[in-house]
Design a binder for this molecule. Structure first.
Ligand SMILES: Nc1ncnc2c1ncn2[C@@H]1O[C@H](COP(=O)(O)OP(=O)(O)OP(=O)(O)O)[C@@H](O)[C@H]1O
Ligand SMILES: [Mg+2]
Length: 215
């Protein structure tokens, strides 16, 4: 956590949410810093002795496990980078984007959030894809929120790019926290994103071997 930029409003939200949150969802555009913010919150909460379930529902730029899956990992103590790479639960969705796979994505996220709650997480934190524009994205986010009932929707935006979603959530009386993106957030090219996915697949299947069945 030493080498990241932590805006003041990120610190404030870590304190506010830890009092009342049971389920938190982080939304934002691609490369807005969602995963960095999640890692920061996990660090702050676990330092305070809170058991945190991290649900990684980003199908393309997965943090836990290979792309095309939703992952869950429970943290009791502040994790280091390697702790995001070993032992976790996974649910296979079958695509690297939720587009065309809305039902499978929702189903996988619900299964992982339920598992997190069953395993006694005091806060379950859901990291999401940067899929926020267009009707399909609106439907996915809305149903995600209706299904999971997060106490907090944490929205990371550079300007007002999420307002088309957030105003609707507030009308439905959901608690929205708006945070600014860090100036250090870096936009990655398609090639970099693809390379990242290939590395995640390779890491996951490192010990895989061919099983030949004889009949
Ligand atoms: N607060 C920060 N301090 C330092 N670097 C940051 C910060 N926020 C984001 N970055 C950098 O910007 C890039 C994108 O951040 P991150 O992966 O957290 O975004 P994301 O919204 O999760 O992206 P994606 O949509 O691909 O999942 C990364 O290289 C990350 O290290
Ligand atoms: Mg991410």
């Amino acid at each position: 956590m030493n080498n990241i930029d932590i805006p003041e409003d990120w610190k404030a939200v870590a304190g506010r949410t830890k009092q009342a949150a049971k389920i938190c969802i982080v939304i934002g555009k691609i490369d807005s810093g969602k995963t960095t913010l999640c890692k920061f919150l996990i660090h702050k909460w676990t330092v305070s002795g809170i058991r945190v379930g991290y649900v990684d529902s980003d199908l393309g730029q997965s943090t836990l496990g290979p792309p095309a899956t939703v992952g869950l990992k429970i943290f009791n103590t502040p994790p280091n980078q390697a702790d995001y790479s070993n032992a976790f639960n996974l649910h296979f969705v079958g695509n690297i984007s939720p587009e065309g796979f809305l039902l499978q994505t929702l189903h996988a996220v619900k299964i992982m959030v339920d598992k997190s709650l069953q395993r006694g997480s005091e806060i379950t934190l859901i990291d999401t894809t940067g899929f926020v524009d267009g009707p399909a994205a609106r439907i996915l986010k809305l149903h995600n929120i209706e299904l999971l009932h997060p106490q907090w929707i944490i929205a990371l935006q550079a300007k007002d790019e999420l307002e088309h979603l957030l105003k609707g959530y507030e009308k439905m009386d959901w608690q929205v926290v708006r945070l600014g993106c860090s100036k250090q957030a870096v936009i990655r090219s398609q090639t970099e994103r693809q390379k990242y996915r290939i590395e995640k697949y390779k890491a996951y299947f490192k010990l895989a071997r061919l099983i030949v069945e004889f009949f």
